[in-house]
Design a protein around this ligand. Sequence first.
Ligand code: ADP
Length: 246
Amino acid sequence: MVQTRSLIDEQGLRTDGRTTDELRNVKIQVGIVKNADGSAYIEFGKNRIIAAVYGPREVHPKHMAQPDRCVLRCRYHMSPFSTDTRKNPAPSRREVEISKVMREALEPAVMLEDYPRAAIDVFVEVLQADGGSRCAGITAASVALADAGINMRDIVSACAAGKVDGKIVLDINDVEDKEGSADMPLAYLPHLERVTLLQLDGILNQEEFNECLDKALQGCKMIYEIQRKALIQKYFGDEQELKEES
Ligand code: ADP
């Protein structure tokens, strides 16, 4: 990451007009893939991502089955039209890495022991990428798992923070990701207060790291509220939402 131009103006506003503490617009819709057992669509800034969950179901190949627990499999994929240059549809090293960290971020939330010898498959398809797609993907996947009725200990909420123009900012967008000086994606179980993913691209000193961690945690808590509302909306409709607000 090499920063060549100013990404925060004199008023403290970022390239997309946000303050340092603001999330991009986040919208989640639950249950949009009819053939899946659970699904979610997320708009996270300009990210457009679908997560679909299949299972618990029989494991193929059978030797992958575990006698005491379920196998959680994740596939993160960026469609060829998701970026401004055509992305090769074959899985890249980056997608293999994100699929792995995504599984590790989700696993602690799923009661795998409740489904021995079975598999749960999670597909995350990025239709449009805008930086922070792994966090948006994890957030959508966790809602899709809940929509599939999978037993869960907690929801997984994910959000990045980073360093831009020497300032710690919440929810890095694509320009900030490419031109900023640090990007720290975080996934968090809001009730168990447990971090399940923490990556860092860039360099932060101890003080900056602590500030970044705090900011990303705040972001995850905001994301959690949006996930909760999306699930309530699907299962109880507007009525429950109105009751909650009053
Ligand atoms: P994240 O999306 O989680 O921030 P990265 O930091 O690895 O993940 O990627 C940042 C952004 O770079 C992506 O959201 C996407 O916009 C862009 N990007 C990643 N891979 C490609 C690619 N193969 N072609 C074009 N743009 C890409």
